[in-house]
Design a protein around this ligand. Sequence first.
Ligand code: MV4
Length: 502
Amino acid sequence: MFQKVLIANRGEIAVRVVRALREMGIGSVAVYSEADRRSLHVLQADEAVCIGPAPARDSYLSVPRLLEAARSTGAQAIHPGYGFLSENSDFAAAVRDAGLSFIGPPPEAMNALGNKLLARAAAHKAGVPVVPGLDHPVRGLDEARAAAKEIGFPVLIKASHGGGGKGMRVVRSEDELGSLLELTQGEARASFSNDEVYLERYLERPRHVEIQLLADSHGHAVYLGERDCSAQRRHQKLIEETPAPGLRDEVRRAMGECACRLALAAGYVNAGTAEFMVDAKQDFYFLEVNARLQVEHPVTEMVTGFDLVKLQLLVASGGELPFVQADIQPRGHAIECRITAEDPERDFMPSIGKIHRFRLPSGPGLRNDAGIYPGAEITPYYDSLVAKLISWGRDRNEARRRMLRALDEYVIEGVKTSIPFHRWALQHPAFVAGAIDTGFVGAEYHPRHIAPSPEDEALAVRAAALHALLHPSGASAARVEGPPSGSPWKFAGRPGAAGARR
Ligand code: MV4
């Protein structure tokens, strides 16, 4: 096993990796940009190296600076976290060429699964269902027309090199095909420097269900259940849970077995995620493999009891998986809410500033993975994810109500956060019923759901005016004696109160 590992990342995920290393008795090296001098991951790691100025391309994305930091500190391996260089096969190769271990898959496996068309072909070969469509780039309008007719409308034009929902266009009829093909190719050329596109049948509002897999270098692969990530907005996940509500056991098992076959066929070694779309009949279709630890990995850890970061370190150092599929027996239900520094009332606009009050919820069945602390600065340079709140329950409803309770306890002041959105989502009838798909947030969420209603605003103004009349000296409301039962405001929003949630 390694004695010292460098973490090529920042924020909550860097803190998460430090924790696993500390428990394993392995030294940790944090790297940081000038904007992150006082960040939590720097304070938590055994050592820390400044690798450059705030812009990520000059720090967290600089391969030479990361390798130099590993060399100068004597780290033997690099954990890339998620985002940044985590799925960059050139980085994985450079780490290997520098004589270090990469806590991730071999670059060859990353390449085989990283390109959408290559991944489709690999899936096809491994007997994994993919959405009906072309297995090669479109070579002209005539071919596209013939393929679209065969597939059946609506079809989806996808850029081979696209990602994160960019470079996709729905075509509803043949007469739109020519113009949308040109448009998508032009956008693909501009965004990905490559205009290759292909066609697939378009699934309306699928669920997003992904399989957590784990593969070692001895030919073993297992799956650790699935996660439903349908609660997302513009391809940014907001809430994830496991197990996927209502997913039939035989579907879950079939998806898991597909993910393992694919991993073994590609020579994959690491934790990884096979993404699928699931339709209303629970037919499932493979999308792609994320060759990294994911943001939402904690929900899987909560129900399986395994530490995925420790297992990543084990398989990356050549170790054999210490259990088989039958040993994986998930228990209960877990939900994760991503706490981002964004304003859900203003189109999730990033919010920056200093965190002045910060208190995390605690008590039974909760986990907090936070990258911030009181006094920390949220800068505009990086991702807006600042913390993750995970709840566990014996069943889904316990996990859901526990999450609502925890969101009520959460205190974070200084920046706007996604917490009001989560309160809304977790009480929505469709979420309560476990009946959401990837269209849920786009179709159902509107800022007015969390902004105070005009009635409440007007009532607040009248209350303030009354207070000013009764206390002309300017005594603050906080010092005014309330009725014996306490202020009615104290109970507004509690179960049983008029207009209460739940
Ligand atoms: C699709 C689809 C419907 N039909 N492909 C979006 C991101 C990319 N990785 C794949 N995506 C989709 N591909 C076909 N043939 C709908 C989506 C999609 C989606 C997929 C997974 C999770 C969230 C999504 C949100 C909107 C659209």
